[in-house]
Ligand binder design. Sequence first.
Ligand code: PLP
Length: 431
Amino acid sequence: MNKLAICGGTPVRTKLFPAYNTIGEEEKRAVLTVLESGNLSQFLGAWHKDFYGGPYVQAFEKEWSTLFKVKHTISVNSNTSGLFAAIGACGIQPGDEVIVSPYTMSAGAIAPLIYGAVPVFADIDIDNFGLDPASIERCITPRTKAILVVHIFGNPSKMNEVMQIARKHNLTVIEDCAQAPMAMYKDKLVGTIGHIGVFSLNYHKHVHTGEGGVVVTNDDLLAEKLFLIRNHGEQVVEAKGTLDLLNTQGFNYRMTEIAAAIGIEQLKKLPGLLVERRKNIDYLTNGFEQIQGLTAPLVEQGNTHAYYVHPLKYDQSLFSGVHRNRYVDALKAELPSAVMREDTPLIGAGYVKPLYLQPIYQQRISACSFNCPRYTGQVSYAPGICPNAEQLHYNELITHEFMRPGMSTLDLMDVINAFQKVAENIKELIQ
Ligand SMILES: *Cc1c(COP(=O)(O)O)cnc(C)c1O
């Protein structure tokens, strides 16, 4: 009766889970208004009032600044662009090193490469999966200029320790908040603790504009550089009277008026969507608690988790020695409808392969950076440099997205039943 689906039994559920969609009538109306105006972008790459974009772009930035309690908001066309702009704004040059996480979306480590600098991978913390402060310390050299912290899965990294290290070594701190909008660290919003915060508005994130991103800072000089990098700075600096020209050569990272109009509506929904994610997590956590060997993420006192992804740690010794991958395969068989949602798996064994294992680092493919004559260091990308990231990725971490808004209690119950069923019948998986 309880035979596991992977062994030929009946799956817990075959019905599709509800799709996650934050776009509604409000966004439709906003887009129509922009379309009817005929003004789909108002940016001008010159020192002119339109250097800062059109009415929706500026209104969106103003709303973002208010909600996130930050002085400057610079909208961009992706988080990736935002990370590139952030690295440029902190004056990174060939020969410099930037400490990055191996366990995140790949753009964080590419950003230093764009400016000819070298990404140095520090290991991750085994409780929150962000950078481990002790490992950051070990990575610091005279060439280190910045630390790029990622609040991965939505859980804040240890910012007090990171900022202390940064002050001691005079480093700039960039926070990648793509997965953690409005997450709190010691009662402060992440993204506003370091020098620059970067958010994503891509289609997979809590709220989105299709593609899009946001950079925030309380520092006037960094804000000026970010605006220049976003919009053809080299054409602007002379008339604007900018004195510090380092990295002011610009790109086109500009957001459209349509994206900004959608963004304004999405921002209004963000707090409610976070409440729903946390409510669903409470329900799931309660159900998972009875399963020996699965550990929910640690959220420290004073912090809140944005639950972009719910990472669970799997202790193989409490599952009769059955490997994590096998448990996840069995889970997927119990919830076959959850394996692909718009081509994205809702359950994963691990997250992303530790970034330094990608070919670009293994083969050191770069015109400058590691091969630059100005680079005097000897960065290592050898397998094993970040043992926590490798152990979590290959053996311990289970990630899932079942907390997405739109899930009903019955949907969540099916998820819990599947996790429990596989755990209770784990012996069927011993090979
Ligand atoms: C989504 C994501 C990015 C990239 O965002 P884009 O807006 O698609 O460029 C970068 N870092 C992290 C941690 C992300 O989750």
